[in-house]
Design a protein around this ligand. Structure first.
Ligand code: ATP
Ligand code: SF4
Ligand code: MG
Length: 354
């Protein structure tokens, strides 16, 4: 698998969506039969515990993931990445918008349909320790879904299927009868991936799935995910705060700030020639950019986002207009950018990518 910055994004696809004001629930946009997941104008508002008020965790987010595609979402802690992916499968309720998995409306699906949809799209979480029941053996953890969906008729058949899944993720069949605490962090994440693969999903949602792992194990797991993609044609929605990881893995990328996508498009373009100041600042912080850093300071609270562009208190390029007017996503070539001053044309010299 490629891991260097220089090789990202070979199969970039133009995004069919129009400007932000044209998007949203109930509005028809171009339908591409290659789309597996379509998200339009998704918003999630959560009641802030204890303090009162409403957290605007996800605001008017639109994107699509093609069959076999690799879509990355990157942004600082607390920007809404996990809430977004959970809302896709109704693990948290959406406030507005539309989500389609293979053309089926997820947000209004009846319980039986939702059950099938959740089988087709599986989530791998960040912390394998927390997401695996410590009292169960690997056989039962991985085989639980097979049993629940009546895909096996006996314990013997379940064990055979689980043993194969373990082999698929590089674990020995002897792991069947062991408990999660008997494995390393990387091995536990392989168990989590085997569990997600048990139902043969078409979409694997990885929410910081490699963030808890050290660098060498992280590379092994990314290689495993890439192999699975090549062998099974699985599409990925890959969430990370780490640009190096999304660069290695994704062909489409969205940069999220305070609940909104501020730049989205082909990963290679965003990472080599960012147009939004926040994308530039993330690259700068990752040590691979040459853009101006953000002004120091914490991100604003999603309980009371700043007026105008939410980045303006930290943005080195902010103008008066930015304090008053919220920038809509606008098309610049193959990408969408929400910034009043974003360049329309490429930089003469891109950021300092090796
Ligand atoms: N159940 C909840 N109730 C209220 N607010 C919540 C809830 N879950 C998350 N939030 C808030 O929503 C915002 C987005 O949180 P979320 O966990 O989606 O961010 P994230 O980008 O996944 O962060 P991280 O990178 O740390 O995982 C944060 O301000 C968070 O405090
Ligand atoms: S709209 Fe203004 S504040 Fe927002 S990112 Fe662009 S320049 Fe910065
Ligand atoms: Mg998260």
């Amino acid at each position: 698998m490629q891991t260097g910055w220089e090789n990202a994004g070979g199969s970039a696809q133009p995004l069919p969506y129009g400007r932000g004001s044209e998007r949203g629930a109930g509005r028809e946009t171009h339908r591409n039969p290659a789309d597996l997941l379509r998200v339009e104008g998704l918003s999630v508002r959560l009641r802030a515990p204890g303090r009162g008020g409403v957290v605007r965790a996800v605001e008017d987010v639109s994107f699509r993931v093609e069959r076999g595609g690799r879509f990355g979402i990157v942004g600082e802690s607390g920007c809404g990445k996990s809430t977004l992916v959970r809302a896709l499968l109704r693990l948290v309720p959406a406030t507005g918008g539309r989500v389609e998995l293979d053309g089926v409306d997820v947000l209004s699906a009846p319980a039986a349909t939702l059950r099938t949809l959740r089988r087709r799209a599986q989530i791998v979480f960040q912390d394998p320790q927390a997401s695996l029941n410590p009292r169960l053996t690997v056989d039962l953890i991985v085989g639980e879904a097979l049993h629940a969906h009546r895909l096996v008729r006996s314990a013997t058949e379940r064990r055979e299927r689980v043993a194969q899944l373990l082999r698929d993720v590089g674990l020995p069949a002897e792991a069947l009868d062991r408990h999660p605490h008997e494995f390393s962090g990387g091995q536990r994440q392989r168990i989590g991936i085997a569990r997600a693969l048990a139902l043969a999903p078409e979409l694997l949602i990885c929410d910081e799935a490699v963030s808890a792992l050290d660098v060498s194990v992280r590379a092994q797991i990314l290689n495993l995910l890439a192999d699975l993609r090549d062998q099974r044609g699985i599409a990925y929605l890959f969430v990370s705060h780490d640009l190096h990881v999304v660069h290695a893995f994704c062909d489409q990328l969205a940069v999220m700030y305070l609940g909104r996508f501020v730049e989205q498009g082909p990963a290679a373009q965003l990472l080599h020639d960012p147009r939004h100041p926040y994308t530039s600042a993330l690259l700068e912080a990752a040590g691979v950019g040459a853009g101006p850093p953000l002004d120091p300071g914490e991100p604003p609270s999603p309980l009371s986002p700043p007026a105008g562009c939410a980045l303006h208190p930290r943005c080195p390029l902010a103008e008066d207009r930015c304090r008053r007017e919220t920038p809509e996503l606008r098309s610049i070539g193959e990408r969408l950018v929400a910034c009043h001053v974003a360049r329309e044309t490429g930089a003469e010299r891109g950021p300092g990518v090796a």
